[in-house]
Design a protein around this ligand. Structure first.
Ligand code: NAP
Length: 297
């Protein structure tokens, strides 16, 4: 009989604590452990049970959720004989950010110790956990996820199962993180331009938010262009964007703000143009990113 009302959380940093509070908020009996004990206090005050060791924490529940800085920390926490023994016949849900290779190795380790394993990535801020706006992408066997799903659903309203191959969720997470990294850097540079030229940065953010539906169409379009290999006949060519982006380098030089991001972007577009992709869709940049040396297709 599966006990969906008990769960263990290992790791009580910003995200692990948010997960713990979300699980308690959904009425689950929640056992917690953290290397630095003090961080458990708010959860204990909210009704969580503190375990004296990772092994005791794992033994307390059929499902353990771990959310720490990296997979090396997971290995440190669970790598003792006592913890490895406690994990047998239980489900381990890894919500630590890692690489696909990390996920495969953690899965191998869990299975070699008789555990079932679900790997996931959290697409949310800590304050969103427990609500419908929080998404967790997970991969692993359907039967293992079935056992963990009620717990994951309490932690995040939207649980997206990518499929059985264990590295799928971390691969998707990495792809999304790459996208976000570009967005964060782009916003920061754009905000600097606003600051330098006396424009309101709050208004800049609001304008971008208002443009979100249009930007979303561009994302969908880029996916279709790459997925169906349809780079020709763009509405706006890569060369046009590349020429405009080169002007950002000039603007940085004129104003004294950092030219790091514009130079990087202009170099990439320049390489794509040189490689013969100037008349194609912007996302043809991917063709020069695929290989160390730019080549024309
Ligand atoms: P955090 O606040 O820095 O907490 C890190 C946690 O890892 C702490 O519990 C820390 O324990 C533990 N830890 C680190 N090294 C350890 C070791 N060697 N042994 C034992 N415990 C160790 O980070 P976080 O924000 O909670 O993030 C945790 C994971 O969630 C990361 O993989 C992150 O990418 C992911 N995530 C976070 C967010 C976010 O907005 N915060 C969003 C999406 C995904 P101590 O307290 O003892 O230091």
């Amino acid at each position: 009989m599966i006990n969906h009302t008990a769960v263990t959380v290992l790791g009580l940093g910003d995200m692990g604590s948010a997960i713990g509070h979300a699980l308690l908020g959904h009425g689950l009996t929640t056992t917690v452990w953290n290397r630095t004990r003090d961080k458990a206090e708010p959860l204990i005050a909210a009704g969580a049970l503190l375990a004296p060791s990772p092994a005791a924490a794992v033994a307390a529940s059929p499902v353990t959720v771990i959310c720490v800085s990296d997979y090396a920390a997971t290995q440190e926490i669970l790598g003792t004989p006592a913890a490895a023994d406690a994990i047998r016949d239980r489900v381990l849900v890894q919500l630590t950010t890692g690489t696909p290779q990390d996920a495969r190795q953690a899965s191998d380790w869990a299975m070699s110790n008789g555990a079932r394993y679900v790997d996931g990535g959290i697409l949310a801020w800590p304050r969103q956990m427990g609500g419908d706006s929080a998404t967790v992408v997970v991969s692993g066997r359907g039967e293992d996820l079935a056992e963990a799903r009620p717990i994951l659903a309490a932690a995040a309203g939207n649980v997206l199962h990518i499929g059985e191959p264990i590295a799928g969720a971390s691969a998707l997470f990495a792809a999304i993180l790459a996208y976000l990294a570009g967005r964060w850097i782009g916003f920061s540079h754009g905000a600097l331009i606003c600051e330098t030229e006396g424009l309101d940065v709050v208004g800049f953010g609001t304008l971008l938010a208002d443009m979100a539906p249009v930007l979303a169409q561009d994302d969908r379009h880029m996916g279709e262009v790459v997925g169906h290999d349809r780079y020709d006949a763009p509405e706006s060519a890569l060369r046009t964007a590349g020429t405009d982006i080169a002007k950002l380098v000039r603007h940085a030089e004129q104003t004294g703000i950092s030219g790091d991001f514009p130079r990087f972007a202009a170099d990439l577009f320049g390489r794509a143009i040189e490689a013969g992709h100037g008349a194609e869709e912007h996302v043809a940049l991917l063709k020069v990113l695929r290989c160390a040396q730019p080549i024309a297709s």
